[in-house]
Design a protein around this ligand. Structure first.
Ligand code: 1GP
Length: 252
């Protein structure tokens, strides 16, 4: 069996081995000042992930511009739909919203997008995208028709992560939704990591370095922040420091 792992994923795994945790900054290309945000945060993220659930304007131009600013830091697309692809990125999270009620989001959107990914020569990184309570109150929960996983049932998230692993996915994203009132619980992160041992990304509603620190200690391999950095780019260093501190404690 050939494992097709490209440069971006290899590089992320290398950082994980050395530093124990990754920090991804989510940039919404529809945000008016996204270029200014990238300029402020470029030295602190391990990758820029790019996407949004509603509307995408000028993705090619914006991605080109961001690439010029960040140099060799990877841009990984986090597409909200089949139109969230551009050849100017390095990679794409090839994802199934596994707990959507609509097969468009579990399999049809990725299937329709697949040929574009090939044409654009993007590295596809296989990822389970899992919608966790309170995601229904956020844009992605609404658009993605998510059958949200209750926070009180961490073992359900863990089972999805194990299923994802058996499907050959190397990453799972526990998503509470952008701007969520509260993030995915530490316990849910812990059991998901323990059962599946694939790379666990945690995002949605993470607003403080302390919270990020605990997610990593619990087992998160990568932390995503979007809203926090849009609102307050000056937090980026503190966030990175907390994530890396927890990562180092985890691997020593
Ligand atoms: C959304 O998990 C990300 O996909 C980021 O969420 O905007 O709440 O940081 P926030």
């Amino acid at each position: 069996v050939m494992m097709v792992i490209g440069d971006v994923e290899k590089r992320l795994n290398k950082i994980l081995e050395k530093e124990g945790a990754l920090y991804f900054i989510l940039i919404d290309p529809d945000e008016k000042n996204c270029i200014d945000i990238v300029k402020k945060v470029k030295d602190y993220a391990d990758a820029i992930i790019m996407g949004g659930s509603i509307g995408i304007t000028n993705l090619n131009e914006i991605t080109k511009e961001i690439k010029e600013i960040i140099g060799d830091m990877p841009i990984i697309l986090f597409p909200g739909n089949v139109d969230g692809l551009t050849p100017y990125a390095d990679a794409v999270f090839f994802m199934s919203l596994m707990n959507s009620n609509n097969t468009y989001w579990t399999t049809m959107a990725p299937t329709l997008g697949a040929i574009t990914i090939k044409k654009y020569n993007l590295e596809a990184i296989p990822m389970a995208y899992l919608g966790i309570e309170p995601i229904k109150r956020t844009a992605v929960g609404f658009v993605g028709e998510v059958n949200e996983i209750p926070q009180r049932k961490p073992e359900i998230a863990a089972l999805y992560c194990l299923s994802a692993k058996y499907f050959g996915m190397r990453w799972a994203y526990l998503e509470a939704g952008s701007g969520a009132e509260f993030p995915v619980s530490n316990e849910m992160v812990a059991v998901s990591k323990r059962l599946s041992d694939i790379n666990i990304i945690v995002g949605g509603g993470i607003r403080t370095p302390e919270v990020a620190y605990k997610k990593v200690i619990s087992g998160a391999d990568a932390i995503v922040t979007g809203t926090l950095i849009e609102d307050n780019p000056n937090m980026v260093k503190e966030m990175r420091d907390a994530i890396k501190k927890a990562g180092m404690e985890k691997i020593k």
